[in-house]
Design a protein around this ligand. Structure first.
Ligand code: MN
Length: 215
């Protein structure tokens, strides 16, 4: 677990607790005790979870983690407790509610794409996202276009209820989703945690709202 996740939570006034794998039997107890859930980044997602065979460009997956996270997400949604889903997290969040995803955007999207695997440092915002006006994300950040970092070759594809698309990059790739029926459920394809830790106000506002919603 990268330290930036913990530091971003602490900076926003929260108390971070890591949930390791191996506690599948205790999901009821865990979800009752925690006030909010951050789904962190990581590797690729098992495509059989959304009814596809592995694409040749699929990277390394962690099937145990996928199933563990899906169960926690479903329970947290039932309890209407806040979820901030980051990078891999936005994808597993959408899978957990029945959506699907691109296993590799560069081979599965025909139109030209921008660079989503930036070579710059993690706290450098490299491309723009364009946010829906009437979304929680634009309300939290106070703007409808801003720059984010980008470290992904996968992306959300068909977004299903209760989620809706609230931000895209200029090439149309989905960069954020949120729920309109839950207290706080936000998925972002970028990594706000190194940005927040390095003083980016927009990313700090996202963590602050997540923590406030958890109270
Ligand atoms: Mn991106």
């Amino acid at each position: 677990m990268a330290n930036d996740y913990m530091q971003a939570v602490i900076q926003a006034g929260g108390i971070p607790v890591i949930l390791p794998m191996g506690m599948e039997e205790d999901i009821e107890e865990i979800t009752n005790r925690i006030d909010g859930l951050i789904l962190s980044g990581g590797g690729d997602i098992d495509p059989t979870l959304f009814g596809e065979e592995p694409h040749p460009k699929l990277g390394s997956i962690s099937p145990g983690r996928d199933n563990y996270e899906i169960k926690i997400i479903q329970k947290m949604l039932q309890l209407n407790k806040p979820i901030l889903a980051i990078c891999r997290g936005i994808q597993i969040l959408n899978i957990a509610v029945g959506g699907n995803m691109f296993q590799d955007i560069y081979s599965q999207i025909e139109s030209p794409l921008i660079q989503h695997s930036q070579n710059a440092v993690r706290y450098h915002p490299s491309h723009y996202v364009y946010v829906e006006k009437n979304s929680m994300l634009s309300e939290i950040t106070g703007c409808t276009d801003f720059k984010v970092n980008s470290f992904h070759h996968q992306a959300v594809r068909n977004v299903v209820e209760p989620l809706k698309v609230v931000a895209r990059s200029s090439d149309g790739v989905i960069e954020a989703v949120e729920s309109s029926v839950h207290r706080f459920v936000l998925g972002v394809q970028w990594h706000p945690e190194p940005l927040a830790v390095h003083g980016d106000h927009i990313s700090q506002k996202i963590f602050q709202r997540f923590i406030q919603s958890s109270l």
